[in-house]
Design a protein around this ligand. Structure first.
Ligand code: P6P
Length: 302
């Protein structure tokens, strides 16, 4: 599966120092990305490798992060949802970025995010090679959630306009009692077993619909209130929509580290194996009981 030889120092100290550096760059870049959004709401010619139209803001965020992350030592490859192949920037860890997740929310001024996954292997990496994952949420405030191999819990930061940031929650944990759900894809395209699962969730009086069209905003709802987010397998797209390396692995890692569970419908997202950098997977993340129920429902398909 390796695409190029960027063997990295695998000693934990070197990995953790590089993770620190990458996360610091991402946090300090967030206000610059946010300030660059108003003038870049327009669609531009061309598509990203997943065949989706690009906004000027996607390209702006991608170029800014590639330049800043790529200049760090012990980073070997910068890869992005906006680029066909990884960029060789030296030797060391592989960094995968979704520069502006949910950029279609820019025009309606709704939530968007930046997703980062750091792997101690060549790309496309395995989910078990992930050493850190983070997402920045551009909401009413700018926050960042971080899960990393040298820490047992998820840390949430608030990021200020000057790029400084501080811990607001050192142990972001999924609440035990779920109360929100968000399911993507068009309902007529849901497979019957998922539709039945969704109906059961929707009929639960303790559950409320929270779906905003940007995964990071929806996953942050789940991490805040407990529940489930799904971009499911679809009749017309069995692999769903979300990308393994850039969305599935990092979000699965964060939610599992926060005490929840992740699934592609039958296994942890971290065990999904794909040999294409832009491969997709169905994504289900949230409270363990809900994910268990989801997997039982989909097991009826087999
Ligand atoms: P739909 C944004 O484009 C994204 O990749 C995810 O952030 C989000 O969950 C999903 O697609 C939304 O897809 O089909 O609801 O527009």
């Amino acid at each position: 599966m390796a695409t190029q030889d960027n063997s990295s120092p695998t000693d934990p100290e070197s990995i953790n120092a590089t993770v620190d550096a990458v996360l610091d760059v991402v946090a300090r870049a967030a206000p610059d990305i946010r300030r660059g959004l108003p003038g870049r709401r327009v669609a531009i010619e061309g598509e990203n490798p997943s065949g989706e139209s690009q906004k000027a803001a996607d390209v702006y965020a991608d170029e800014l992060l590639c330049e800043r992350i790529g200049s760090l030592s012990n980073v070997g490859v910068y890869a992005s949802e906006e680029r066909e192949a990884g960029v060789d920037v030296g030797s060391g860890l592989s960094v995968c970025v979704d520069p502006l997740d949910g950029s279609s929310n820019l025009e309606p001024n709704a939530a968007m995010g930046t997703i980062v996954a750091i792997y101690d292997d060549d790309l496309p990496a395995s989910g078990r090679d992930i050493v850190a994952a983070a997402y920045v949420l551009y909401g009413a405030t700018t926050t960042m959630a971080v899960a990393r191999s040298d820490k047992a819990t998820v840390t949430e930061y608030v990021i200020h306009e000057d790029g400084s940031y501080q811990v607001v929650n050192g142990e972001l944990t999924l609440p035990d009692d779920p109360s929100v759900y968000g399911f993507g894809g068009r309902v007529p395209h849901w497979v019957d077993e998922f539709a039945s699962f969704a109906e059961a969730v929707e009929s639960d009086p303790s559950m409320k619909l929270r779906y905003g069209g940007a995964m990071i905003g929806d996953v942050n709802q789940v991490l805040t209130y407990g529940g489930i987010f799904a971009y499911p397998t679809l009749q017309n797209a069995p692999e769903g929509k979300l990308r393994v390396q850039f969305e599935g692995y990092p979000v699965g890692y964060i939610v599992e580290k926060a005490g929840g569970a992740s699934s592609d419908g039958g296994q942890s997202l971290l065990d999904v194996e794909k040999d294409d950098l832009h491969a997709r997977t169905p994504v289900y993340v949230g409270n363990e009981d809900l994910i268990d129920d989801l997997e039982s429902s989909l097991a009826d398909r087999e």
